[in-house]
Design a protein around this ligand. Sequence first.
Ligand SMILES: [Zn+2]
Ligand SMILES: [Zn+2]
Length: 297
Amino acid sequence: MIAWGIPAAAIVTYWLNGLMLLLIDSVWRGDVLTQFRLQQDKSFDTSKIWKVAQNILSNQVMIVIPAGHIYGWLHTRGIGLYSSEALPSTTERFMHMILYVILDEFAFYYGHLWLHVNKTKWFNYRRIHKIHHEFTSPIALTASYCHPVEMIISNVLPLTGGMLLCGSHIYTGLVWTVFAVLGTQTHHCGYRWPWTPFFDHQPDFHDFHHEKFNTNYGLTGWCDALHGTDKMWNERVAELQAAREKAGQKPRSSGSALMYYLFVATFVTIFLLDRASASGWGLDILPTSFGSVVEAR
Ligand SMILES: [Zn+2]
Ligand SMILES: [Zn+2]
């Protein structure tokens, strides 16, 4: 389950969501959709589709599937993920998820920054990270278009390292894997959909990294704020706010502080729900075993 489950969840989600968004961007993009595109004058060069597909497939075969097998092997040694019929408590699931987000931010930020600035012979920018930056206006399918070394440093380790460190249940790991793949594809999709909450600065934040290159290295914006690598972004946000005010529109939030409060509020809500469920108040709304997940369908 662990050896194939995590790679299968990642690969199936990647292709289903990526191809659906490719159809929207490159085959049918009506005027009604163009208004949501972040870089409106650009679209994906479909002549590069096979090059992208080959890169994605080879990274999935060479990196993602072996990583799943390493996690499966570690599990047989009692390290990392565990599996059981009973699901972990709601508090454990959400506590782990929040730790994944924090670990992902730190691991991705420093790994990504290193891929930009290091001058080492084998891992310098031109050899590794330049491939991912081929697309200055990315789409969902190019989210993990990169060198295999980057696939390990920027994708596999930040996204799945948390579940190994936390010693999570496979169920939590699978839910996170689907969420994380949808997350990275959303950051690269090139569209800010109308249902994106106003407090979320993504996908604009990472799209701006692809557009401008030497700014916005993280995901949530916390590490960028800490190191001042969001200066260009703050200037862009201020410009947009001024333009909106001039046009008589309401200014839009840039996100990160509100995102922080949202994480805390989500955690507190889930913790209280879990306590209420444990106290027998009939609020056990989340599944408690693999059996109940299957029954719920
Ligand atoms: Zn980069
Ligand atoms: Zn990117």
